[in-house]
Design a protein around this ligand. Structure first.
Ligand SMILES: *[C@@H]1O[C@H](CO)[C@@H](O)[C@H](O)[C@H]1NC(C)=O
Ligand SMILES: *[C@@H]1O[C@H](CO)[C@@H](O)[C@H](O)[C@H]1NC(C)=O
Ligand SMILES: *[C@@H]1O[C@H](CO)[C@@H](O)[C@H](O)[C@H]1NC(C)=O
Ligand SMILES: *[C@@H]1O[C@H](CO)[C@@H](O)[C@H](O)[C@H]1NC(C)=O
Ligand SMILES: *[C@@H]1O[C@H](CO)[C@@H](O)[C@H](O)[C@H]1NC(C)=O
Ligand SMILES: *[C@@H]1O[C@H](CO)[C@@H](O)[C@H](O)[C@H]1NC(C)=O
Ligand SMILES: *[C@@H]1O[C@H](CO)[C@@H](O)[C@H](O)[C@H]1NC(C)=O
Length: 494
């Protein structure tokens, strides 16, 4: 009898210890009063209508139509979620979830079919006008990404992002967007995940246009940065005063943690990895030039390989000035964390150039994506790294989310846990650490075309049935969770 009681007692102590640890770790409380919530999507991933009403071909149309297909399930975005026809339903989903804003992207070749101002497609303008008007009629603020990876194919045919002439074409395109939509759109993002545009598209070649080159990814980055600067300066010069909006860029970054935080070489390697990833794009925009550690290492390696000039191009005084300070806010897409060890490498290109090796321990909780492990504390550490590195800029989280497969369906408990734990770390970063974060955007409103993974990975809070021609959307548990979080603006004390 007494033994039984003491066992019960021990179990109770153990249980309460666990939950006490849980409770003390979890921060109850609210986000600032002016904090805003929304969802993000991207044109190629949801629209479909790939050749309708005068739209031009883009590099993802070309890439997914290749034979053999470079896409895991041989799928395309030809129809995707059919948002080209179902956008009013999407607006309903947003309204039902209680968002403040919706982040979507414009398909460049839908409004300039060949990517230059020699062509213009009114039907594309009409589509985005209808979407923007429907959002505003429902009290949802539009946040527009100009470039979310679907480059007009005609521009890729002359070299794509590594060809410097693209910079002028991008400025012309931005002018069309500001002119037609800027009376109602007050939040502009020039590029989504410049890193992925250049490294996956021109460095590793796993995304459109499928080019694998240690040099082209750096040239791509250089022209993406110049394009951003011109588009930002154009807005600042000709539109801002009249339209009263803001313009920035979205840079994606994991958090890089030293494998052994007590080893200075590991700490230095993690800082290097973080700088090669985030600083490659953010340093020119915040400080007017690439990070010194990149300049040093890449120049050295290029020389030792016998190259006549460095793989990393340079900005002259004009471009440095255009870039320096070209932001009203910094957008951040964040999903996961990696551990870092130093390693002397000789493979040329962005990975080898940084002299690090990164990995994720097997035991970290998985998602459906090989690269995405669940590491909520890394989010808080990254927000603090950004605060410390760039003097606490106005930061908007423009994407964060979790992937599963068709098997989970609408019972997506792992996504609920991910959102709860990641947003709770964001709350700590804001309320305990003083990070200047003002918006949070969940990726994504609904399941969609996940690039090289096709439809095999699902990131939505609405389930999309791709075998049904009507592409019905069904709320998942995570939709109900986020709806409550948005309504509460935080985690009400229990
Ligand atoms: C809280 O503790 C329970 C076990 O008591 C565990 O299953 C759960 O994962 C913990 N939650 C968090 C957020 O750590
Ligand atoms: C994709 O197509 C290739 C032929 O090009 C075929 O071998 C493969 O089985 C297909 N994969 C799927 C998932 O349909
Ligand atoms: C088109 O772009 C060129 C520069 O590339 C510029 O000179 C011209 O004014 C632009 N035309 C329009 C209609 O925007
Ligand atoms: C760069 O693009 C221009 C057209 O904008 C083209 O005339 C030129 O040949 C291209 N350069 C390369 C190296 O492809
Ligand atoms: C960038 O701008 C800041 C502040 O305006 C200035 O201090 C800095 O010297 C500039 N950097 C470059 C490389 O010109
Ligand atoms: C890399 O090379 C340097 C110089 O040869 C050496 O001092 C250092 O220990 C090496 N680091 C690693 C991780 O091998
Ligand atoms: C998807 O739609 C098809 C065709 O309407 C239907 O047979 C199937 O049961 C649906 N799947 C789910 C998970 O709802």
């Amino acid at each position: 009898m007494s033994t039984k009681i003491s066992i019960v007692g021990l179990v109770l102590v153990a249980l309460s210890l666990t939950s006490a640890q849980n409770d003390s770790d979890f921060l109850y409380g609210y986000f600032p009063d002016d904090f805003e919530w929304g969802f993000a999507t991207a044109s190629y991933q949801i629209e479909g209508g790939w050749n309708e009403d005068g739209k031009g071909e883009n590099i993802w149309d070309e890439f997914t139509h290749r034979n053999p297909s470079p896409i895991k399930d041989n799928s395309t975005g030809d129809v995707a979620c059919d948002s080209y026809h179902k956008y009013l339903e999407d607006v309903e989903l947003l309204k039902n979830t209680g968002v403040n804003f919706y982040r979507f992207s414009i398909s460049w070749s839908r409004i300039q079919p060949d990517g230059t101002n020699r062509t213009f497609n009114q039907a594309g303008i009409d589509y985005y006008n209808n979407l923007i008007n429907a959002l505003i009629a429902n009290g949802i603020e539009p946040m527009v990404t100009l470039y979310h990876w679907d480059l007009p194919q005609a521009l890729q045919a002359v070299g794509g992002w590594p060809n410097e002439t693209i910079v002028q074409h991008f400025e012309n395109y931005a002018r069309v967007a500001y002119s037609y939509f800027g009376d109602r759109v007050k939040q502009w993002i020039t590029f989504n995940e410049a890193f992925v545009v250049c490294q996956q598209g021109y460095g590793d070649g796993v995304h459109a246009p499928g080019i694998a080159s240690p040099v082209q990814s750096y040239d791509c980055a250089h022209n993406v940065l110049k394009s951003h600067a011109l588009a930002y300066r154009l807005y600042e010069r000709e539109f801002k005063e009249r339209q009263q909006g803001v313009c920035g860029i979205t840079i994606d970054s994991g958090y890089y943690e030293p494998e052994d935080p007590t080893n200075p070489a590991h700490v230095e390697a993690a800082e290097r990895a973080q700088t090669f990833k985030h600083g490659w794009y953010a340093f020119p925009i915040f400080f007017g030039d690439y990070p010194a550690v990149m300049r040093e290492l890449i120049d050295l390696k290029s020389a030792s390989e016998g190259l006549l000039e460095s793989r990393l191009p340079s900005f002259d005084a004009y471009w440095s000035q255009q870039l320096n300070g070209s932001w009203d806010f910094l957008g951040l897409n964040h999903y996961t964390t990696e551990l870092v060890v130093p390693e002397n490498r000789t493979d040329p290109g962005w990975r080898g150039d940084q002299n690090t090796r990164t990995y994720q321990p097997e035991e970290w909780p998985a998602s459906a994506s090989v690269w995405l492990k669940v590491v909520p504390w890394g989010f808080r550490k990254l927000l603090n790294w950004i605060k410390n590195t760039y003097n606490n800029p106005l930061l908007l989280v423009t994407e964060n989310g979790f992937s599963d497969t068709d098997a989970e369906g609408v019972n997506d408990q792992r996504r609920v846990d991910y959102y709860r734990d990641y947003t709770n770390n964001m709350l700590k970063a804001i309320n305990l650490d003083g990070c200047n974060v003002k918006k949070y955007t969940a990726w994504s409103l609904m399941d969609n075309f996940e690039w090289a993974e096709g439809y095999t990975e699902r990131f939505g809070v609405h389930y999309v049935n791709y075998t049904d021609p009507a592409r019905p959307r069904t709320p998942k548990n995570s939709q109900r969770f986020l709806k409550q979080l948005f309504a509460d603006n935080g985690f009400p004390p229990q």
